[in-house]
Ligand binder design. Structure first.
Ligand code: OSB
Ligand code: MG
Length: 371
């Protein structure tokens, strides 16, 4: 499989409802789609970096520039037998994992299409149905949040995760628990607290949460290891885990009992599989995180979630929760039992709507060897 050219596209998609985390509110997304043209097959990938460098230091324009100037030239013209060979070609570039993931995953996608195999099988997955949860952002009022939770529970979702921050936490969790004493509930702080707030975080213990996600600094493992023994609630790390070695360190130090794997955050499917394997060997459950992806990234998250150790419901939910119209066909649908049934077709099992994407693209750049 020779990588002949790489194409970058920018599309703009408004969210059905705003999404707010401890670092801010978004109403729409700039989505960076990456395709790899490989001898007659095209593989699609989505770069999950956000419009602003708030969740991570990567953001839309840095990803575009890094792919254009460095990453694409490193892989173009190479003939590969497997997508596993992509990451080593980009080794010289430090960080920029979301940009790397977009390229690597596009090549995995191309490989699956070329071999006429389901992507999930190529990745080593085993599950034929995956459990879905939802991530619900901070709302204008607690009532609005309770209404949203009600809708998602009625749709069948197996786990509700709510975003928290100082001022929107204990009081909110109390309201949720008094209405639904026994649903599977977790929270995500996106690094909104410090170690001075241990006593406050200990109050979360009364709500019987499945986990608290990333309570402390985005770049920290050590202080989470100091925090975990002081909480009954399991800590789940998201932002802190960039690769398998981070995962090993977090598990060895006792910084968390659960890990959220986002394929973009760790630099692509190969590294995501390594993180998965490290956790499996230490009996640490993982689940698939989301980055408000369009259908392209969503379909990849679904394929990844079929690996054995994805034992907890992921932030893998239906297209319609985010988009009026998704860019894949069919859209991602969730059963009334809160699951996604895995398709047996070659590739992701979802067709990319190339005509719609062409129409939505505000910028397009084709990168060829030597260009
Ligand atoms: O921390 O998991 C997170 C969205 C953007 C940035 C960070 C996070 C999230 C989510 C959304 O929680 C999950 C989804 O895509 O449904
Ligand atoms: Mg998170």
């Amino acid at each position: 499989m020779k990588i002949e050219s790489i194409t970058l596209r920018e599309i703009h998609m408004p969210l059905v409802h705003f999404f707010e985390t401890s670092f801010g509110r978004v109403y729409d997304r700039r989505i960076l789609l990456v395709t790899a043209q490989c001898e007659g097959v095209t593989g699609w990938g989505e770069c999950v970096s956000d419009g602003a460098p708030f969740y991570s230091s990567e953001w839309f324009d840095s990803s575009w520039a890094t792919i254009q100037c460095y990453l694409a030239p490193m892989v173009l013209g190479h003939t590969l037998t497997s997508a596993r060979e992509v990451l080593p070609l980009m080794q010289k570039v430090r960080g920029h994992r979301m940009a790397k993931a977009a390229i690597e995953n596009a090549v995995w996608d191309a490989e699956a299409r070329q071999k006429q195999q389901p992507l999930w099988k190529l990745l080593g997955g085993t599950r034929k149905e995956i459990a879905c949860g939802v991530s619900i952002g901070i709302q204008d009022s607690v009532e609005q949040l309770l209404d949203k939770i009600q809708i998602e529970l009625a749709a069948g979702y197996r786990r509700i995760k709510v975003k928290v921050k100082p001022g929107w936490d204990v009081r909110v969790l109390e309201r949720i628990r008094s209405r639904w004493p026994s649903i599977t509930l977790s929270c995500d702080a996106n690094s909104a607290y410090t170690l001075d707030e241990v006593e406050h975080l200990r109050e979360f213990d009364q709500f019987n949460l499945l986990m608290i996600e990333q309570p402390l600094w985005n770049d920290d493992i050590y202080y989470h290891a100091r925090l975990q023994p002081q909480l009954r609630t399991a800590i789940c790390l998201d932002e802190s885990i960039h690769h398998a070695r981070d995962a090993a360190q977090a598990v060895e130090t006792g910084a968390c009992r659960i890990i959220n794997i986002k394929v973009g955050r760790v630099g692509g499917f190969s590294e995501a599989k390594k993180v998965h394997d490290v956790c499996a060997s230490q009996n640490i459950p993982v689940w698939c995180g989301g980055m408000l992806e369009s259908g392209v990234g969503r379909a990849h998250n679904i394929a990844l979630s079929t690996l054995e150790n994805f034992r907890l419901p992921g932030d893998v939910s239906a297209s319609k929760r985010y988009w009026q119209e998704d860019i894949i066909d069919p859209e991602v649908e969730v059963t009334p039992q809160g699951t996604i049934v895995i398709k047996d077709e070659p590739g992701t099992g979802y067709q990319v709507r190339e005509d719609l994407i062409e129409k939505l693209s505000s910028r397009k750049e084709v990168i060829r060897p030597g260009s």
